[in-house]
Design a protein around this ligand. Structure first.
Ligand SMILES: Nc1nc2c(ncn2[C@@H]2O[C@H](COP(=O)(O)OP(=O)(O)OP(=O)(O)O)[C@@H](O)[C@H]2O)c(=O)[nH]1
Ligand SMILES: [Mg+2]
Length: 200
């Protein structure tokens, strides 16, 4: 599969700015600094399309990226980078602004084909588990991706997967994709999952 185009469409700070619902969307949700923007760049083989930062709280708007590929099932869709949650240092006023924006986006978009919940492979938090429960409660059961697996040794992976499943309260057999934006590991598996989401 070839990526024919990947472009920044818009940055929305108000639901009125969300794009017209004319193609499938996939949204990326997760804690600040978990690697959402990096993962979008890695999937699209672009270094700097989504802005990445060492400082948590970089993405503060709903950022929409338009993608088209040579795969007929993935001809034209949007990837949506949502602001991260759970970063204490972000001022209260900004957090008050974010939460309804993310919630409105996730509850209101009828064109939303799937949600990807990112958790850090070494640190799963109570808030990650709460977010997962909330997504289930609004009927948006997410695909779970564990990020930054380049930081794990091969021998640590099986344990990490068990730990993540336990921390999130996953059922036996519920899938977790291991991903690294540094090595590109997991991109192939993730593309397959995105294709399945968009196709159905
Ligand atoms: N080692 C490693 N570092 C990563 C990976 N993905 C992201 N990072 C680093 O983690 C930090 C945060 O990455 P971002 O992609 O900006 O995270 P984000 O989830 O978009 O953060 P917010 O926009 O604040 O919500 C940056 O310093 C990245 O370089 C990865 O797969 N491996
Ligand atoms: Mg970001």
């Amino acid at each position: 599969m070839k990526i024919l185009a990947a472009e920044f469409i818009k940055s929305c700070v108000d639901p009125a700015q969300f794009p017209v619902e004319d193609r499938p969307e996939i949204a990326f949700v997760g804690r600040s600094n978990v690697g959402k923007s990096s993962l979008i760049n890695s999937l699209l083989h672009r270094r700097d399309l989504a802005k990445v930062s060492r400082t948590p709280g970089k993405t503060r708007a709903v950022n929409v990226f338009g993608v088209s590929t040579s795969d007929p099932d993935l001809a034209r869709f949007y990837l949506v980078d949502l602001p991260g949650y759970g970063f204490a240092k972000v001022s209260q006023s900004i957090r008050i602004q974010w939460k309804p924006l993310i919630e409105t986006y996730l509850t209101s978009r009828s064109i939303l084909a799937g949600v990807v919940l990112l958790v850090e492979s070494r640190v799963v938090t109570v808030q990650d588990r709460q977010t997962l429960a909330w997504l289930h409660s609004i009927g948006r059961a997410p695909l779970i991706v564990a990020t930054k697996v380049d930081k794990l040794r091969t021998s640590e992976r099986a344990d990490a997967l068990r730990r993540i499943s336990r921390a999130l309260g996953l059922l036996e057999g519920e899938m977790v994709i291991l991903h690294s934006s540094v090595t590109g590991e997991g991109n192939h598996q993730l593309w397959s999952a995105l294709r399945a989401m968009i196709k159905t």
